[in-house]
Ligand binder design. Structure first.
Ligand SMILES: [Zn+2]
Length: 277
């Protein structure tokens, strides 16, 4: 969570992990206050692969910060605790780190950026726009694209892709938020509106691979890290998200409730997109 020793350690660990794998690693520091305090030091990272290759430039991103409050926890006494963020943040980061390892061994045929957004999840409910605490890192990146590299032609955001390993009797199923008690990736309407062909292509790849978490039905629209790239930069952007698992924004967002098969389904679909199929 922003301002914590864990936030600093996570950043240092990602930099040391990604530096030997990527062609280059761009660090984008910025400072901002959130509804929970600050000013905090934030850092976006972009790991660059095959930047000189021809073809469409793809950016795949996830947020690496965690939420400082478990404000959706059913227990009011726990709502000022931070969330562990295993699904909400770390699941997407885990996939990106594995993609980085694979890309280092087999360079993508076209340019790929792996983006690690800071400061996604420090908003208060109802303040989603204009980015007061939510999506601050991606919004900063969309408005301050680094001069070293060309902007991407398309953006894919991975969020809440950690799956749902088992029923948790302590937290209710969030049907009020459009959620359910199993892992599924329905089409996010903002993505469908601006990037219907990319949505179709991704879901085609998933279906070809037999990854049945990807569903052609529609879910509720989400303000997530894809929105700044659509609004500020006019780039087609797709959010792949299971909105929302029962543990969302509770203290039980831990690895215990994640499922490796979810990471596999999403990760292999991204490999299909990058290597072409
Ligand atoms: Zn969140």
């Amino acid at each position: 969570m922003p301002g914590s020793a864990g936030h600093e350690a996570q950043l240092a660990w990602m930099i040391s992990t990604l530096s030997p794998l990527a062609d280059s690693l761009i660090q984008q520091p910025f400072s901002a206050t959130t509804p929970f305090g600050g000013p905090y030091d934030f850092t976006n990272l972009i790991a660059v692969f095959s930047s000189q290759a021809p073809g469409v430039t793809t950016m795949i991103g996830a947020h690496w910060d965690t939420r400082p409050v478990a404000d959706e926890d059913p227990d009011p006494d726990l709502r000022d605790h931070p969330i562990p963020g295993a699904n909400d943040g770390a699941s997407g980061v885990a996939i990106l780190l594995e993609l980085a390892r694979i890309f280092s061994q087999q360079p993508p045929p076209s340019p790929v950026y792996l983006a690690f957004f800071d400061a996604e999840d420090s908003g208060k409910r109802g303040s989603e726009l204009p980015y007061i605490g939510f999506c601050m890192g991606s919004n900063y990146m969309a408005h301050n694209w680094p001069v070293q590299i060309e902007p991407p032609d398309r953006v894919i955001v991975l969020d809440l892709v950690g799956g749902q390993s088992k029923h948790n009797p302590r937290v209710p199923v969030r049907t009020d938020m459009g959620g359910n008690d199993y892992f599924d990736l329905r089409i996010e309407p903002n993505s469908q509106a601006v990037a219907p062909q990319l949505v179709d292509h991704i879901w085609d790849i998933a279906e070809f691979l037999g990854h049945d978490a990807f569903k052609r039905s529609s879910q509720v629209g989400v303000i997530d890290d894809h929105i700044p790239f659509i609004n500020a930069a006019g780039i087609p952007a797709v959010d792949i998200i299971d909105f929302v698992p029962p543990v969302w924004h509770t203290v039980d967002d831990s690895p215990e409730y994640c499922d490796p098969d979810a990471l596999k389904q999403v990760g292999e679909t991204m490999l299909g997109l990058v290597y072409g199929m």
